[in-house]
Design a protein around this ligand. Sequence first.
Ligand code: SF4
Length: 207
Amino acid sequence: MKLTWNGEITSVQPRFRLLRSFDQRHHTYLGYAIRVRGRIGERDGEAWFGVGKAAHQKYQFEVGQAARGQAQPVADPRLEPVDYYKVSRLDIEPRANSPDSPPPWYGPAPSIDVYRQRGHRRLAARSYGSRSCSACIWGVRMPVEIILDQWKPDQKRFRYETFCYGPKSCPLYRPGPTRKVPGRRGMTYEEEDWVDIEETSHRGSDD
Ligand code: SF4
């Protein structure tokens, strides 16, 4: 069953999923997540909606736009960063009044290829929990699927991790503690700082 929703867009971010297997990681690029504050079904509040690349190309979602549509609750919340997906009957106000004084960065989110090319650094969950990073086009909250033992792929854990694709000089950036990934026989992999340094080494501090 689809519900109807309408309100104002309060965030546009990438909608990516992360698969971890000890020190290996693999991303799945699902599209974009838009957060809407307004009427969500029968309640007033805020919710995240998953939309595809084609919809973003057409509407250029950005903070401040008025939006309405229909959507369906996600089947498995462990695998999705959004509350609803399969969005249809979209009606988007063409122009927004998003403020332009970063950070955080508003305006239309870039293409998925731009995010992939930039690479990310871990972002403290607490920083993401602030209104700034959860509204910034460079912030992202990814559902993470962890394969504990590659020989027993049905043994999994799920969690969420937050990342930043933004400029390395952003004054709001806080990395938070290193991420630990459980593995087989009680082993743990620690993703140290050099992983983020290497992933973003092709960018200057203001890029
Ligand atoms: S730390 Fe990252 S997500 Fe947060 S405001 Fe800065 S660029 Fe945006």
